[in-house]
Design a protein around this ligand. Structure first.
Ligand SMILES: Nc1ncnc2c1ncn2[C@@H]1O[C@H](COP(=O)(O)OP(=O)(O)OP(=O)(O)O)[C@@H](O)[C@H]1O
Ligand SMILES: [Mg+2]
Length: 382
């Protein structure tokens, strides 16, 4: 931080020198003591210092000077540096000038010449103290305002989250109710295949319900800072292999092939097993969810000195610049839509980022609109 500057203004060089010496001896090292021999020079100096971003706690000015008088100078300084404390030195009590500055420049004190050094120093120190107290108060309120704004935003997000969650719960629930009621009331009339189809719909809806509830619990844990990842050494190949097996059927149903070659060398990383699975699950399920039928998905591994990870590349719709900026935010259902009527709550990638960061890893997306997206994730190598 720059050293704060105190400015002394007087047209009599000897008085100015003695003022500067007195202040320097008392405030040595903590403040720079600058001088000016006229109101005009002082104003210029103040403007320069403010432009440089200097802290200007105090200006002490003589009243009677040729050209710009002390009261005029302090009024002008007040306009550009209202927080700066001002002390006026007067040859004799010049009440008009003093009243003028009290009213228009928030004068801190006036001191009659010749001044008594201890008295002057005490006043100067008090003025500086007031200045910094006021600064601290301003900062305190500004910080408070930021905190209130952040908290308000959090509450708004929470409200939005709840109403989205309720909305997301309502749809699958009413589907379950509708289909089960059809089976209950018309069991004898409807063909067996239709019953199986209804049961299938009930199953899918209950899976949606399960996903939404799991998301709500995961988000709550993230927001409450209760993730507590327990980091172990794991071979990332095995987690991916398990997931690919798990998603193979779903991919096949959309005529999507998962191109994955199990590497020979192990990819040991330091991660939390459950979180790692959730991260890769989200990325892989997104690739399948947003890819059109018939497009392949590539799963590759990569590593450098410190990190190991993988990338999941799809040839889906890709993301425009605006979508890419919002990708990892909460509740971001972006331009690409699920291609197989899958459920979308816009929370997956928000959680992915939080989980990856909790494991000291990184996640990023590279995407070209119309050509596809590649999500890369990496974790500290073990
Ligand atoms: N591989 C992808 N290709 C194209 N768009 C994608 C891809 N992955 C995500 N998106 C876009 O980003 C948005 C946010 O994805 P995110 O995973 O956070 O939520 P979601 O898939 O909509 O819901 P869920 O909470 O079930 O994961 C999606 O709605 C989609 O528009
Ligand atoms: Mg998702």
């Amino acid at each position: 931080m720059k050293t704060p500057v105190i400015i002394c203004v007087d047209d009599e060089r000897t008085l100015l020198n003695s003022l500067q010496t007195e202040l320097k001896s008392a405030l040595w090292g903590e403040y720079l003591i600058e001088t000016a021999e006229s109101g005009e020079d002082a104003l210029e100096l103040v403007e320069e210092l403010l432009e440089e971003g200097a802290d200007l706690p105090l200006v002490i000015s003589d009243q009677l000077m040729p050209g710009m008088k002390g009261d005029e100078l302090l009024r002008k300084i007040h306009l550009i540096a209202p927080k700066t404390m001002k002390i006026l030195l007067t040859g004799q009590a010049n009440l008009d000038a003093v009243g003028n500055i009290i009213n228009h420049a928030n004068l801190y004190r006036y001191i009659t010449k010749p001044w008594e050094p201890t008295n002057l120093l005490m006043t100067v120190k008090k003025a500086i103290q007031s200045y910094f107290q006021e600064q601290a108060q301003v900062k305190f309120y500004a910080d408070l305002e930021i905190k209130v704004a952040e908290r308000t935003q959090q509450l708004q997000d929470k409200n939005e989250f709840l109403s989205m969650a309720v909305h997301d719960l309502k749809n699958p629930l009413s589907a379950i109710q509708g289909f089960s009621e059809m089976i209950k009331c018309h069991f004898d009339e409807i063909p067996k295949e239709m019953v199986i189809d209804f049961a299938e719909q009930i199953f899918t809806s209950s899976r949606h319900l399960f996903d939404v509830i799991k998301n709500i619990l995961d988000i709550n844990a993230i927001e409450a800072g209760k993730m507590n990842p327990s980091l172990d050494v794991l071979d990332i190949r095995q987690t991916l292999q398990w997931l690919i097996k798990h998603y193979n059927e779903r991919a096949k149903a959309k005529n999507i092939t998962l191109q994955f070659q199990y590497p020979e060398e192990a990819y040991f990383v330091r991660v939390d097993e459950t979180l790692l699975r959730q991260v890769l699950d989200n990325l892989l399920s997104n690739a399948i969810k947003y890819s059109p039928s018939g497009k392949p998905i590539y799963i590759r591994f990569n590593q450098d000195d410190q990190f190991r990870g993988c990338e999941i590349q799809d040839e889906g719709p890709g993301l425009n610049d605006e979508d890419q900026k919002r990708l990892f935010n909460q509740f971001t259902r972006l331009t690409p839509q699920p291609t197989g009527n899958e459920h979308s709550s816009g929370l997956g990638l928000f959680m992915v980022k939080k989980w990856v960061e909790a494991m000291h890893g990184e996640v990023q997306c590279e995407s070209i609109l119309g050509q596809g997206s590649t999500f890369r994730v990496k974790f500290p190598a073990a």
